[in-house]
Design a protein around this ligand. Sequence first.
Ligand code: HEC
Length: 147
Amino acid sequence: MRPVLAFFAFASFACAQDIILPDGKAKTLIQNTCTECHGLDVVVSASMSPEEWKTTVDEMVKRGATLSKDEKETVLEYLTVYFAADKININTATAEQLKSGLQLTDAEAEAVVTARKAAKIKDLEALKKIEGLDAKKLEARKSLLAF
Ligand code: HEC
């Protein structure tokens, strides 16, 4: 059996080496924590909405992934941005989609809806200027945004 085991060990090593995660705060954390039970391929081939990622990561923690509360937030932010389901069009998404897709609060989603009635929101800079929105949160999720 030995040669077979050696082959599998080598194959999974080669596989882990092939996958390069985008740079970000959670990169090392994910490389270390999310490879205890499966390869990174499982992670990078997923694309999910923020809510689905939250459910998935909660599920992984239940299964045994060791993440502190802060680390979980960092991992979620990262996965949500880089492995997102669909972009959210700021000018056409419903308030519900703005909330679930970008994790905006009720008030923030309303602020977007009110602002775009007056004029089309043309880019991230214009979006960040809307009163009541958290510019940092939007900056972090910019890869999810379409205008
Ligand atoms: C304690 C073991 C364990 C750890 C640690 C772990 N996972 Fe998993 N993960 C699993 C198992 C088992 C499955 C397969 C579940 C199935 O077949 O439905 C899985 C499946 C997945 C899937 C695909 C399933 C789906 O719901 O689409 C994703 C994505 C995923 N894991 C992400 C992660 C991320 C991100 C981390 C790090 C935060 C992580 N996993 C850490 C055990 C683990």
